[in-house]
Design a binder for this molecule. Structure first.
Ligand SMILES: Cc1ncc(COP(=O)(O)O)c(C=O)c1O
Length: 418
């Protein structure tokens, strides 16, 4: 029996983990040599596919030059170059970049910065965060708190959570109007207690790739901004063209004060994240008083090898070939989703390279996972939602194959009778 305790896994009932020994493009290979199409980009990180040789070379070169250096009091070229590159794709207002290690820590940093932004300016008591019901921002205590008890994942820890107000997730136009009215009502009484709004823009990943309109997000942001509340967009999953644009917020007319980036940042090679904030937030931390500094850092902050991987991944992401692939996958999603049978599907949706279908039950989604794995396609349903979020290098053939496997599953007499 293995001594390893796996993440997000009920160890008692889970199947024995599949040992993967190799990756290449959209494929993973097990010890027997069986090939799998990775339709979840290995927890949404491998946007450029597995074992990309250009990123591997960049990592190797950096490892032979400078593998790590303390980032307090020191800097290095890979970090400087990465920030310069990303700046080209972000609005001028988002101008200060704070490094950390993963999506959860990028969110922790964002929450702490927003809170301290106010306390550094002598404003106390702004300790409530507004979120969108069902959101997910990571597994550390602050990130769990920010998502609030409406998250199915973390209610066990509810008694540790700071206070939040959850905006109802809108499914219809009427829901949007109602949710905004409720928000306005809350703000009218309690706005002085609110520090920041935190949302996954346009797509809530862990909630089941739930999508909502830029129109609603714009309205929410405009409502909270009237009260001086800061706006955090958690683009840990949506960033780097997942939704079709480099960042999801480009599809809105508002720009956040803080953006959290991770997952696809290094093309899925190494853990790294960024919390990018406005000049005005940064300036609130400038003081002769050391305590007003942002006293937060991790041992591996801005690891040079991870930065070199990110730099190469970001370069590749902008190439015409990758951009073409992103458009192709998006078009294929639209076409292939429509071809899935209506029976057993409650809803289908897609945005950019993300496609999802809600099946009639979670049991059915779990059964689909097992059957598709058998056929060499890796999926990881969220409740009753089966979704595809493939690496951008995924060929048309592999994508068609994954949809074919799902179609066959849904049409098999055994399941269609369920
Ligand atoms: C939107 C969002 N924020 C934060 C996180 C946490 O990221 P990590 O798992 O890298 O800590 C995730 C992870 O899935 C996420 O989807």
């Amino acid at each position: 029996m293995s001594k390893i305790w796996h993440p997000f896994t009920q160890e008692k009932t889970a199947q024995h983990p599949l040992e993967i020994i190799k990756g290449s493009e959209e494929y993973l290979f097990d010890a027997s040599g069986k090939r799998y199409v990775d339709m979840v980009s290995s927890w949404w990180v491998n946007i450029l596919g597995h074992a990309n040789p250009d990123i591997a070379d960049a990592i190797s070169a950096q490892a032979h030059t400078l593998e790590h250096v303390i980032f307090a009091g020191f800097s290095h070229e890979p970090a400087e170059q990465l920030v310069a590159k990303l700046s080209k794709f972000l609005p001028n207002s988002l101008s200060k970049f704070f490094f950390s290690d993963d999506g959860s820590t990028a969110v922790e940093v964002a929450l702490k910065m927003c809170y301290q932004f106010f306390t550094n300016r002598g404003i106390r008591g702004r300790n409530v965060f507004i979120n969108l019901q069902g959101g997910y921002h990571g597994d550390t205590l602050g990130a769990m708190s920010a998502a609030g008890c409406s998250s199915e994942y973390h209610s066990t820890f509810g008694e540790f959570f700071f206070r939040t107000f959850s905006i109802k997730f809108p499914k219809t136009r009427q829901d949007e109007t109602d949710a905004l009215a409720e928000l306005e009502k809350f703000l009218a009484h309690e706005h002085e207690k609110v520090c920041a709004l935190i949302v996954e823009p346009l797509v809530q990943g862990a909630a089941g790739m739930r999508m909502y309109s830029p129109r609603f997000l714009d309205a929410v942001v405009n409502a909270v901004r009237q009260h001086g509340i800061l706006v955090i967009f958690d683009e840990v999953m949506t960033g780097f063209f997942r939704t079709g644009t480099m960042f999801a917020f480009e599809q809105c007319s508002v720009v956040p004060d803080v953006i959290c980036l991770s997952k696809g940042l290094t093309g899925g090679f190494l853990p790294l994240s960024l919390t990018v904030v406005t000049e005005s937030i940064y300036e609130a931390f400038l003081s002769d008083d050391w305590k007003k500094a942002f006293i937060h850092g991790h041992s591996y902050t801005a690891n040079p090898i991870a930065c070199a991987a990110a730099l190469k991944a970001q370069e590749l992401l902008q190439t015409p070939a990758v951009q073409e692939n992103i458009k192709r996958i998006s078009q294929l999603h639209a076409e292939l989703l429509a071809e899935l049978p209506d029976e057993l599907i409650r809803e289908r949706r897609h945005l950019g390279t993300i496609a999802a279908v809600d099946l009639t039950s979670s049991a059915l989604a779990d059964a689909a996972k097992l059957e598709m794995l058998e056929k060499g396609v890796i999926i990881r349903p969220l409740g009753n939602t089966v979704y595809f979020i493939p690496p951008y290098c995924t060929s048309e053939q592999s994508l068609r194959y994954a949809y074919q496997c799902l179609r066959d599953f849904l049409q098999s007499p055994q399941h269609s009778a369920t």
